[in-house]
Design a binder for this molecule. Structure first.
Ligand code: ZN
Length: 311
């Protein structure tokens, strides 16, 4: 098994993580971030199980975003074999749920959004995409309930759920069904490359962002280990006064610049902006040096504006 597209934390999750450090988060905002972190942990767990149990020559694409006929779809995990495209919606739900007339409720009777609806929509759109590419492969979709402490009452064996205790045997079954014929493998790899290409086009699409302004966000350098802003800056390094974690000054400044770019993708970088962003504790000359060494100069007049080279 080959991972042709590894998982990364989504841009949306990274924005929320950065804002959590620099903004006073409300209870709801913290809860939202925790839910996203929990979802991400569940997806990583499923990746690891796939990497462990799929031995045959097949391909794993971890997290794909595609726009198909104007509709955006996000797929948590895709396994490609020579005959079948398996798509997985991974849910890290915890607790007891009840299925009733095709809808899902908590035991307290509150309806939750049904992952099967999302799965059916994704399968249908992906099928249309493969048709338009004239690729003849069948698509099988499943909802993986990755948390061992999740119970879904009244689900039937015909429903496409995979519970925690079934993951190993289902993956072993996919493994057993894979035929390692050269032409099939070639077809599978070509399809994987096309899907990754489509995914990469998505990078330019704007993500949903909560509202925030430059002024309200906390300025300074946060410790990567404990998130404290009590960081002491020395000649070449900086050291956290709370947990004593230290890193090179250059890498700390680059981290702040990257965070600034994540939060303000449309802004050009100037020494003054980054100086303020870092809490006015690093000499401007130093910041200018780091910018000109690692980023691209824009315009040739003033020479003080930079941008990140797009990949
Ligand atoms: Zn620290």
């Amino acid at each position: 098994m080959k991972v042709m597209k590894p998982r990364e934390a989504s841009k949306e999750l990274n924005v929320l993580r950065a804002l959590n450090q620099r903004q006073a988060y409300s209870f709801e905002q913290k809860q939202n971030l925790l839910n996203m972190e929990k979802g991400f942990i569940g997806e990583r767990q499923f990746d690891e199980m796939g990497e462990k149990y799929l031995e045959q020559e097949c391909v794993m694409l971890q997290d794909l975003s595609l726009t198909i006929k104007g509709n955006t779809v996000q797929i948590d995990s895709v396994f490609l074999t020579s005959e079948v495209v398996y798509i997985f919606e991974v849910k890290n739900y915890e607790g007891d749920f009840i299925m009733k007339d095709g809808d899902i409720y908590t035991v307290a009777g509150q309806e939750i959004s049904n992952p099967l609806t999302q799965l059916n929509r994704t399968s249908s759109l992906l099928r249309q995409l493969l048709q338009s590419w004239q690729v003849k492969m069948s698509i099988e979709g499943y909802v993986v309930l990755i948390n061992p402490a999740c119970m879904l009452y009244h689900a039937t064996p015909a429903d496409p759920f995979i519970f925690y205790g079934q993951i190993q045997s289902r993956l072993t079954e996919i493994n057993r069904r894979q035929r390692n014929e050269p032409w099939g493998i070639k077809k599978m790899k070509r399809l994987a490359e096309k899907l990754i290409e489509e995914h990469n086009k998505e990078g330019r699409i704007q993500i949903k962002r909560p509202a925030y302004t430059y002024e309200e966000l906390r300025k300074g350098i946060a410790c990567t280990r404990c998130s404290s802003f009590s960081v002491q800056v020395n000649q070449r390094s900086c050291k956290c006064l709370v947990c004593e974690h230290s890193s090179s000054l250059n890498s700390a400044v680059i981290r702040q610049i990257e965070e600034f770019i994540l939060l303000y993708p449309a802004e050009l970088l100037t020494t003054e902006k980054i100086y303020r962003w870092c809490g006015q504790i690093i000499p401007k000359k130093r910041i200018r040096g780091i910018l000109s060494e690692n980023y691209t100069r824009v315009g040739n007049k003033s020479g003080t504006t930079f941008k990140k080279e797009s990949k």
